[in-house]
Ligand binder design. Structure first.
Ligand code: PLP
Length: 394
């Protein structure tokens, strides 16, 4: 008889978003006439850009002809996409990354969850709190619960942690942060890189939302900081940048300068466990970097950022305390009433018919906060802000 992985027992039973979906469904059933507005789940809503769709169609046609059909591709991505990434995301910003340091995948979720396979089971791991739950859960699944250390991200530090005083080996950083919307400044990231170099720690830098940074002074890549290529892996995704949440494409950069032959280990891992992203999807990702592609995705991101701004300014004008929403689709709302964020979720759902995400779902330090996102439609967002401010005007 088989046994099961005992570390899975340490995961919480209900994945937050499943629980939220269940509650929203129940509300729909009991109040069928209610117009529920979803500002909760972090998924895009606009259709794919025309340049992306055209590239997909072309690639599908290629797959239909014997001369242009493609079977298995290179596990780490086709050269055309690796080159486009290297040129547009790095070289043009003065960062020298080689094509063989880039690994294309079907999503950052898998990448940030799988990367921990490269580290010893006794590695000490630091994770921001609150943050995207996958960093924590993937390490719990690997049996590292005793080695997990949380870095509190609270109002007093602008939701951006400083390097820990106790020793750690691997640190997950997320900027712009999900859920707080906080973004590291160049000085703060410089401090992190200096720390990692000093204590020989590794930074895992998740910049899934870098395209939402509008202030050119804020770093979009950790490799903008000199020396980072010796201490950092970077994760990027086409999901929130170009609406690929359903299409699936992302990449990570694992520099050869990293100690421990991490670039070779990751290649070994990917070639064993992954067979590459489909050809049409990689052509679609390449089209994101074309001139029309860049223009079209910039307009989409502007749309989401406008929604986030609408939420932020609306709530601030009503006397509430909010953070984020400037270089991020996420607005981090300090609860206007004294109750748990899960109880507030229920109140907002039943009294305003607005869905958000309880801060506690992202870590203990998220308690007392609520995440709203700019991914809804413009009209629905405006309507949600009106309902919220009418109800909670301070
Ligand atoms: N990293 C962060 C911080 C995210 O918020 C998300 C998705 O919400 C991901 C990674 C996963 O992105 P992908 O769609 O590429 O798997």
């Amino acid at each position: 008889m088989f046994t099961t992985n005992p570390f899975y027992q340490e995961l919480s039973e209900n994945y937050l978003f499943a629980e939220i979906a269940r509650k929203v469904d129940a509300c729909r059933r009991t109040e069928p006439e209610a117009k529920i507005i979803r500002l909760g789940i972090g998924d895009v809503t606009l259709p794919l850009a025309p340049a992306v769709i055209a590239a997909l169609h072309r690639a599908v046609d290629e797959m239909a002809a014997a001369e242009t059909f493609r079977g298995y591709g290179p596990e780490q991505g086709y050269d055309f996409l690796l080159e486009a990434i290297r040129e547009h995301d790095y070289l043009r910003r003065g960062i020298a990354i080689a094509a063989d340091e880039i690994f294309v995948s079907d999503g950052s979720k898998c990448d940030v969850a799988n990367i921990q396979e490269l580290f010893g089971s006794n590695c000490r791991i630091a994770i921001c709190d609150p943050v995207y739950p996958v960093y924590r859960d993937s390490n719990l699944m690997a049996g590292r619960s005793a080695q997990l250390q949380y870095l509190p991200c609270v109002e007093a530090n602008g939701f951006l942690p400083e390097p820990p005083r106790t020793p750690v080996d691997v640190i997950y950083l997320c900027s712009p942060n999900n859920p707080t919307g906080a973004v590291f400044s160049r000085e703060q990231l410089t401090e992190w890189v200096a720390y990692a170099r000093r204590v020989r720690a590794l930074l895992l830098f998740d910049s899934a939302y870098e395209a939402y940074i509008r202030d050119p002074a804020l770093p979009r890549s950790i490799y903008e900081i000199p020396g980072a290529e010796e201490v950092a892996i970077e994760f990027r995704s086409f999901s929130k940048t170009a609406g690929f949440t359903g299409l699936r494409c992302a990449y990570c950069v694992v520099p050869r300068a990293l100690p421990g032959r991490l670039n070779a280990l990751w290649r070994r891992r990917q070639t064993t466990k992954f067979n590459g992203v489909s050809y049409p999807v990689q052509r679609a990702a390449e089209a994101v970097y074309s001139e029309p592609g860049q223009r079209q995705i910039a307009a989409q991101i502007d749309y989401y950022l406008n929604n986030a701004r609408e939420i932020r300014t609306g709530l601030l004008a009503a006397g509430m305390t909010v953070f984020g929403g400037e270089h991020s689709p996420y607005v981090w709302w300090k609860l206007p009433v004294a109750m748990s964020s899960m109880a507030f979720f229920d109140q907002l759902l039943h009294e305003c018919h607005v869905v958000g995400t309880p801060g506690s779902g992202f870590g203990d330090c998220g308690e007392g906060y609520f995440r709203l996102t700019g991914f809804g439609s413009c009209d629905a967002t405006r309507e949600a802000v009106k309902r919220i401010t009418d109800r909670y005007l301070q």
